[in-house]
Design a protein around this ligand. Structure first.
Ligand SMILES: Cc1cc2nc3c(=O)[nH]c(=O)nc-3n(C[C@H](O)[C@H](O)[C@H](O)COP(=O)(O)OP(=O)(O)OC[C@H]3O[C@@H](n4cnc5c(N)ncnc54)[C@H](O)[C@@H]3O)c2cc1C
Length: 365
């Protein structure tokens, strides 16, 4: 036993936990499957522009403790996400707010917008039976048709009337001219970049890159007294009950010889004809002024075992399957589980940090 802890996965969860363990005088070995640390926060730097390699990552939180924790690692810039929807060349503000309603119908007061949406909501007394009914009940037919339908169908690879209503628990509708995507008081991008944050967190740990824990479990487990596992929980158990379903993504990045391609960091393509869902222009996260730019098109993808797992499909069937794996994980004598893949749930970065700190408090005595 050379180490107190083996941390499997160097994403935000693993890195925060490893940092806390080091702080408490523990020795930590970090095993990471990829060729780099940072999990999905990882950015690839090209010509002074940091490219969010696994999808756009914007830090936002209402949790003051988490904000202070992050700010001790890096200053944050004042980026606020205000994405734009592109429907066949017509542009709309997101999330749905008075700008959107003005663009959609020419209405200028909240009362007019409210009246339009109410008239389209339908009078059904029944619980929405699918995502289409749910969306129309929340935002009315016009907004649904232009801004929700095709985007959601591309994302999930199925028609909205075949998707469960719970996917859209809510769709924020604001009757103000406020197009900040997140309403949290603390938001931004680390000024030194996410990679620098992760590097600070992992400082003092021994790192093994290109190391898939599940391919050399026994050898790695013999190196440490305790294990934190942040990979896919079904993979830990060799998929013995079957694989948990995910949606995947494919990214296509291009350098363009222009200073400013789309004028915003995130543009959602909400029509059915455009095969990608979003186009990211990375320089806008950091107010870059280079004479060139890098954009990334984000294509939703069917997921198969072995592909990158992005969004868990938390339907009843998969939740029941997860519960079986979770029950096994509770009986592990030396291993604890954490993070979005081990817990089979979508977790924002702030929730990830909070959960890792909570686990550290519990496990690191
Ligand atoms: C497309 C997308 C966009 C997002 N945007 C935002 C955003 O704007 N704001 C926000 O707050 N959150 C966002 N998130 C959520 C954010 O990515 C997560 O909060 C964060 O990545 C969780 O960290 P993690 O360590 O749990 O998981 P991950 O980042 O996935 O890290 C897990 C790590 O474990 C490694 N690993 C897995 N299996 C093994 C194994 N068997 N052996 C060794 N290593 C292994 C992986 O390679 C990876 O490095 C987004 C997520 C996605 C998918």
């Amino acid at each position: 036993m050379h180490y107190d802890w083996l941390v499997v996965g160097s994403g935000l969860f693993g890195a925060v936990f490893a940092h806390e363990a080091k702080k408490r005088g523990k020795t930590v070995l970090v095993a990471e499957r990829r060729a780099h640390t940072g999990g999905n926060l990882y950015c690839e730097e090209r010509e002074g522009i940091r490219i969010h390699a696994y999808g756009a990552h914007i830090f936002h939180t209402s949790d003051e403790n988490v904000w202070n924790y992050m700010r001790a690692l890096s200053a944050f810039n004042h980026f606020l996400n205000s994405p734009v929807a592109n429907y066949k060349g017509e542009l709309f503000s997101l999330p749905f707010n008075m700008h959107t309603f003005y663009q959609m119908w020419g209405v200028v007061t909240p009362a007019q917008a409210h009246e339009r949406i109410e008239a389209q909501r339908g009078e059904s007394q029944f619980e929405p039976g699918n995502l289409e009914e749910q969306a129309i009940a929340l935002v009315g037919r016009d907004v649904y048709e232009k801004l929700v339908k095709a985007y959601t169908e591309k994302q999930w690879g199925r028609p909205c009337d075949k998707l469960p209503a719970f996917i859209l628990k809510r769709l924020p509708v604001r009757y103000t001219f406020d197009n900040r995507y997140f309403s949290d008081p603390y938001q931004g991008i680390p000024e030194e970049g996410y990679n620098a944050v992760i590097k600070k967190l992992l400082n003092g740990c021994t790192l093994m890159l290109n190391t898939d824990f599940n391919l050399q479990r026994d050898a790695l487990m013999n190196l440490a007294r305790r294990v934190l596992y942040t990979g896919q929980i079904d993979a830990y158990y060799d998929f013995r009950f079957g694989a948990l379903a995910y949606r995947s993504l494919r990214f296509e990045t291009e350098r363009l010889e222009t200073q400013n391609h789309q004028g915003v960091a995130v543009m959602n393509y909400t029509d059915a004809q455009t095969p990608f869902t979003r186009m990211i222009e990375h320089k806008h996260f950091e107010f870059g002024e280079q004479p060139y730019t890098y954009i990334t098109r984000e294509y939703p993808l069917e997921w198969n075992v072995g592909a990158e797992a992005y969004y868990p499909v938390n339907d009843e069937e998969n939740q029941a399957l997860y519960a079986r794996y979770e029950a096994l994980s509770k009986k592990e004598p030396h291993t604890v589980f954490g993070g979005r893949l081990a817990q089979y749930r979508y977790l924002d970065m702030d929730k990830t940090v909070a959960a890792a700190l909570e686990l550290a408090e519990k496990e690191l005595v």
